[in-house]
Every structure is written in structure tokens, then in C-alpha cells.
Design a protein around this ligand. Structure first.
Ligand SMILES: *Cc1c(COP(=O)(O)O)cnc(C)c1O
Length: 231
């Protein structure tokens, strides 16, 4: 089966169908889930083709690569999300060029983004990345440290704390996938119960978007199922 960008319209149709089916199964509105196309490693031409096919929100993981595409696609009304891990020396580029940052797990990074967000731009939307699998290899704040980080980030002036993000360990079994996503949804609910106002769960990728939607995902981050395998 051909999976390159030449299949984009068909791939987008399939992913939208999966989102429709999953939301219907748990009696959620299809509009409650945003499809974020993760375009890392894809050329600007593929992003343009995806935009022509109706997608507007794109996720990138590498700042340098993303800046080239953002510049090349300025003529399109696209919304850019940074989903990769953030190094200190890249915060200014992110603050100046993105609408969202999904992978915040340290106050120091959030404070820099707030300080460097241009005053003419709306506040930067932030998700805190939670490490639910307790995986040493992955970023994310441990659940025990989340309340303090959420309070501190929530107080920064040029950011809006929108929600939580996770990249759980790969699991083939839907029940196992669901367990991790439920944990993150419960963390969001418990923070909202003590005064946070978060409306976003950024979770679910090509292999597990259904489980994430059942658990309440509001943004699914999809790369492979749209653009094909990354080389
Ligand atoms: C690459 C990436 C995705 C997309 O993953 P696929 O399995 O290709 O859909 C989603 N989120 C993050 C943070 C990523 O780095």
C-alpha cells in the first residue's frame, strides 16, 4: 500500500473516520476533538497539500525544521503547535512562532516562554507533559510534581495553561492504552477541582487515538496515519 503524501486526502479521510467512529462510540461530539497533524520530517509541500485538503493545525518537534516551514507557509492561516522537547536556547523561537507548546515539564522553560512571548501576540497556549508510564527515557513531569508545576505555570502572565499532554508507552492492547489516558484525564479533573481552568487533553497518536478519545482527549496528535512512515 502506498502511504506517501500522494495519499493524503485518503489518509485524512480515514483518520477523520476513526475520530468520528470513536467519538460516536462514547457519545462525544465529533467537534470536541481537534485533529493536530504532526508534520515533523515532512516537507513544506506536504503541509501545503494537507492544508489544501482541509487541515489547519500542525505539530512540529524540531525548532529549526519548523521555522523553515512556518516561513514558507506564511500565506496560509495555519496554527502551529510545538510538540517536541524544548531546550533552553530554543524558547525564543517557540515563543515567537507558535500558538501552542505541548511539552512543558519544567518551570524554567515556561518562565522563559512567558518572558519571550511578543506583546503583540495572544498568550501562548500551554500543555504540561505528564510522564504517566514513569519512563526514564521520556520527558514529562511525574504526577506527584504536577500540582506545584501547574500552579506556577498558571501564574505566568503571557501563557495560558490549557491542559495536559502525554506520550504513554506503546501498548497493543486497547485496555492498557486506556488506563494511561484515564490517569491523565483524572489528573486534569483533580487540578480543575481545586481551581485550575484547563480544557485540553493532548493525547492519542496514530496507534492509540481511539483509546485516547474514549478517555476524553480533545487534541489527537497524528503523524504516521496521515503522512506515512517517517524516513
Ligand atoms: C511524532 C509525534 C506524534 C505523531 O506520532 P504518530 O505515531 O506518527 O502518529 C505525536 N506526538 C508527538 C509528541 C510526536 O513526537
Amino acid at each position: 500500500m502506498l502511504m506517501g503524501p500522494q495519499n493524503l486526502p485518503e489518509n485524512i479521510r480515514r483518520v477523520r473516520e476513526r475520530i468520528e467512529r470513536a467519538t460516536a462510540e462514547c457519545a462525544r461530539s465529533v467537534d470536541s476533538v481537534t485533529l493536530l497533524a504532526v508534520s515533523k520530517s515532512q516537507p513544506a509541500a506536504s503541509v501545503r497539500a494537507a492544508a489544501r485538503a482541509g487541515l489547519t493545525e500542525f505539530g512540529e518537534s524540531y525548532v529549526q525544521e519548523a521555522l523553515g516551514k512556518i516561513e514558507a507557509l506564511r500565506d496560509l492561516p495555519l496554527i502551529w503547535h510545538f510538540v517536541g522537547s524544548i531546550q533552553t536556547n530554543k524558547t525564543r523561537d517557540i515563543a515567537e512562532n507558535f500558538a501552542w507548546a505541548h511539552s512543558i515539564d519544567r518551570l524554567r522553560i515556561a518562565a522563559r516562554l512567558s518572558a519571550q512571548r511578543p506583546f503583540h501576540a495572544p498568550p501562548l497556549n500551554i500543555c504540561l507533559q505528564v510522564n504517566v508510564g514513569a519512563e526514564a527515557s521520556k520527558g514529562g513531569v511525574p504526577p506527584s510534581a504536577l500540582p506545584a508545576l501547574a500552579a506556577a505555570v498558571g501564574a505566568l502572565p503571557r501563557l495560558v495553561l490549557r491542559g495536559l499532554m502525554c506520550i504513554p508507552p506503546a501498548e497493543a492492547d486497547l485496555g492498557m492504552q486506556r488506563r494511561r489516558f484515564d490517569e491523565v484525564a483524572a489528573l486534569l479533573a483533580s487540578l480543575n477541582a481545586v481551581g485550575a481552568h484547563m480544557d485540553t487533553l493532548s493525547m492519542g497518536m496514530s496507534a492509540d487515538l481511539e483509546a485516547a478519545i474514549f478517555a476524553g482527549a480533545t487534541i489527537v496528535r497524528i503523524g504516521t496515519a496521515l503522512f506515512g512512515a517517517r524516513t
